[in-house]
Write a protein that binds this ligand. Sequence first.
Ligand code: GLP
Length: 256
Amino acid sequence: MQVIILKNAEEIGDYVAGVILAGVDDGSLKVLGVATGSSPLPVYEALERRRTPELSSISAFALDEYVGLPYSHAESYHAVIDREVTKRLRLDPARVHVPDGASDDLPQACLDYEEAIRQAGGVDLQILGIGGSGHIGFNEPTSSFASRTRIKTLTPETRADNARFFDTPDQVPLHCMTQGLGTILAARRVVLVAQGRQKAAAVAAAVEGPLTAMCPGSALQLHPDATIVVDEQAAADLRLSDYYRFVFDNRPAFQR
Ligand code: GLP
């Protein structure tokens, strides 16, 4: 894994936006995996600032969606992705896909989502955040590293974390549809972003801890091209932070 420690959210946004635009420019990025949550917002804001018309040709696949929340609800991931990604980046809405958590045949909708990703040629670059429990997408602790898109039950911790988006905690749905860890690992490149002290333990467990289903983010250790971009606070529990800085400062010219 490549670990990049930057000063703040704005630097993280600029850095990851640069990686995405370089991929679009050289033709290697045609399908972008997008994530909800506050962590990737600086990336979308940086892309919006750069006003890049070439993004209109890419396709996007979101990681997850609540089950049983109407898409008209402002906190459904359909609504969030439309607001924060499709509109800001001026993507073609017909090319932006979000799991169909409102389907009346949820198992089939999971299979259909996997098939849609496959038909698009697979995800070229997946943006990820990480939850306090170490979850990526909505793959809660004990998720199989081989899992594909499926229905999961949210942990009480995740429901409590996400209660801030709802009027009352009991409005947070119990279930979600999420790409599996196997689906995420199939992306050609993954870039995880995290900011703030509250993410430090999860980042350290994912990067330096054992491979364990108890920290789903640790599955990224199996990915051949995973980059973790964090601010100083989110890097606070990393034992090898000085080494990561040294590696980044001395990266070969072709990686600059
Ligand atoms: C939700 C999303 C995840 C996201 C996580 C962290 O659970 N399903 O994809 O990574 O929240 O969110 P935040 O970035 O707001 O801390």
